[in-house]
Design a protein around this ligand. Sequence first.
Ligand SMILES: [Zn+2]
Length: 253
Amino acid sequence: MRPYILGETNWKALKDAQFELAVLPWGATEAHNYHLPYATDVIESDFLAAESAKIAWNKGAKVIVFPTIPFGVNTGQSDIYLDINLNPSTQYAILNDVIDTLNRQGIHKLLVFNSHGGNNWKSIVRELGLKFPSMFICVSNWFKWPDKSNYFDEIGDHADEVETSLMLYLKPDFVLPKENWGSGKEKTHKIKAFSEGWAWAERKWSQISEDTGVGNPELATKEKGERFFKAISNKMGNLLYDISKADINDLYE
Ligand SMILES: [Zn+2]
């Protein structure tokens, strides 16, 4: 029973508790190439958020990790069977209600621990920040960590070597044997501005990838996953600690 995991702790422990930071992991339920489970982003969220919170907790931060929200924005995968879409406006509504509780009960820091690329938070956080001026609301995207090339040979962005390695480490029983792995080959946009990244249009997932993966998983290993998991957890643990201890009225130097 971990005291920093809300789903595991109890009223006896919490009735007089005072947390500094709430962590809300947010995943998605969607196809991940042929070989990874639909809950990949949820599993990554669960394990990474818990390990990061453990590191922060052991340093003295009062953090509490909420249950992972299992659905994410999948508007571009509407024709992929059982990819469950949560619209951005629904995400706004959920986050609004969570923040309403925190704000009323005096936990004024919230980190959305995001694990799915289709979840875009900036406009939602801007709007809720204005609505709840006493709250410090922030977002992390561990999968955008700039250092990934020190851990992996070929980095893609969905069910790739990174995610396959992580799942081989975290939940090997949920990963199909290697002969089932698709190549994760991605078609790029004919209009170059979109692939260069300075113009944006949503990708029609079923048209850019045959196996739903983007990025080749071939060189994934459990060892790479373990090394990366530990590095990210450390980095995130320090972030959780820093946010917990920060004075939200004095954040700049
Ligand atoms: Zn994923």
